[in-house]
Design a protein. Structure first.
Length: 203
């Protein structure tokens, strides 16, 4: 293998192990064994377990941030933005199960590279501006937008963590129910919620 190929292999092996066992449960010895290399090879590329973990987390944060930011920046009706953002998170979970498991685990190392909580906080800040505009147009107090942004994004994030293992119902149905609650409230729930047409990205 070239150095680039070896680095990619070590990242893939480590990603699977961190998702399965967490940071504390994974050792350099196990990473080296799974990759069929010696421990010095791992140290040579990443300097230790903390180094390889930081790279794995950073890659996942970048991927998820890109997906969520893209969903929010597409413009459109606020309800459609909620739908797109919900689908973006669920699609990331669907495509990157190991990566999401790593992000939602707590690790001291992640504090320096970003955490799922800090990412969700960043997304909530973006949602806050969208909600403030919507509140103003409806004669509501825009100063309450930060509270509702945290509620909305937190609801989506926690549902995503639940769906990671449940995987039922299907992604679009989960998104539709999330938006049903977020948009209509408990008093106005629809019996059979559906997403807005053309919300779901083409596979």
């Amino acid at each position: 293998m070239t150095g680039t190929e070896r680095r990619a292999q070590l990242l893939d092996v480590s990603r699977r192990l961190f998702a399965e066992k967490g940071f504390d449960g994974t050792s350099i010895e196990e990473i080296a064994s799974r990759a069929e290399v010696s421990k010095p090879v791992v140290y040579e590329h990443f300097g230790g377990k903390e180094g390889i973990y930081a790279v794995v987390v950073d890659r996942e944060i970048t991927a998820l941030t890109g997906a969520l930011t893209g969903a929010l920046e597409g413009g459109g009706h606020p309800k459609v933005l909620v739908e797109r953002t919900t689908l973006a998170l669920l699609s990331y979970i669907e495509a990157s199960e190991d990566g999401f498991r790593i992000l939602v685990r707590d690790s001291p190392v992640a504090q320096a590279t970003g955490t799922f909580s800090s990412l969700i906080g960043d997304v909530a800040t973006k949602v806050e501006h969208l909600l403030a505009d919507q509140f103003r147009s409806q004669g509501l107090d825009p100063r309450t937008a930060p509270i509702y942004a945290q509620m909305l994004v937190g609801m989506v994030a926690l549902t995503g963590q639940w769906w990671l293992d449940a995987r039922r119902p299907r992604k679009a149905e989960v998104a539709a129910h999330l938006v049903n609650l977020a948009w209509n409230g408990l008093a106005g729930l629809e019996r059979r919620p559906e997403l807005t047409r053309n919300t779901e990205p083409v596979a």
